[in-house]
Design a protein around this ligand. Sequence first.
Ligand code: DGY
Length: 434
Amino acid sequence: MRLLRGARRVLLENWTGTSTVPSRGLYPHQWSWDSAFIAIGLRHLSVRRAQRELETLLSAQWGDGRIPHIVFNPAVPLDAYFPSPDFWRSSSAGAAAGAPTAVESSGIVQPPVHALACRLVHLADPRASARRGFLDRLYPRLAAWHRYLAECRDLGGHGLVSVVHPWEPGMDNSPCWDAPLARVEPAPPGTFRRADLDHGAAADRPTDLDYGRYVRLAADYRDRGYHDDGPPPAFAVEDPGVNALLIASEHALADIAAAVGADPAPHLARARRLTAALVERLWDPAAGLFLCRDLRAGHMGGGALIPERSAAGLLPLIVPGLPDEIAAALIRTASGDHFGLGTSVRLVPSYDLLGAAFDASRYWRGPAWFNVNWLVERGLRLHGAVDRADALRSAALDTAVSSGFAEYVDPYTGEARGTRDFAWTAALALDLLV
Ligand code: DGY
């Protein structure tokens, strides 16, 4: 059938021999959360490749436990992607944080979907996994990754992980970042060259002003040796998507711990603490949604909630053990006017349909993304909204094929935006299919 054939083709063409590129042109290296989503789909084609995908990523882990958001392929020319390894200088600037010397990477992180992915890859063939010691080898690395996030990234001191760059939550130009980014002095336009515009339409991508600020924040973080101690950086945000994914992954890590003969209890305890902090710090009952908290705003060091509705606020639906009344409110919000699930849209948009900044084409300012829709679909199912999950699943499958496995789509029409033959779109469609 068309979907199976198409998804298989995309995943084969984007495979490099050790990992999968999100897209041959726009993203020619290995990306952290992309690889986790890709492995979830790839396991249906080849468990061995799915394991390899995650092993390659985790072999670039830093000594302090962080998993970098990009692992660079040395065979790709420097000017094919910006910011390239000579910008990040991981092995020198990141030396004190334990950046590996054998491979170049970025120094920021992306959402922790990895334990979730490792567990699903293991479950695809538990015997082959045990034979290769897949979980035994990856468990200590995953545990160190979660420890890094919980211990080094609790910048607010209230038990939640903070992100220090808009690329870290993966939703680069979300309108949630407009206010926190406004206080960042952009790097001057002539000091860098955007390679992304060689491959993507400018109207679908972040603006030059956004890029100036991304570059400034990344350079500042690099210049402080990628350290997380000291005063919080100019951009410091508690994001509900990142924290929800950590909680779901912590539950997965508890299962992995049990499978390798380690103690699952500390992972379950951390998941409970994070869930309580998530509700306490980011739940907004009036909006019926989790919001982001800007740690550099407000008074008394507690930060302030950002009054923008983003799909990140729906992602706690994947948290096992989320209080029932909150899960029910989230499902109502997803189905209401702001996100239109089951009424006005084909797929859940990345940002508030009624928000002043909504733009159906521009990256994370409105378009629907397949990873978000996969997570919402899983969350709806987890909390018993089976009919809605079924409808979302079939809309996602249809749209993945009709859009040519687009990176993202107009949430109303399903028309393709960004690049095509995007690896996680193919992988997650495959996972929904089987
Ligand atoms: C990009 O290059 O657009 C990424 O989102 C940063 O990882």
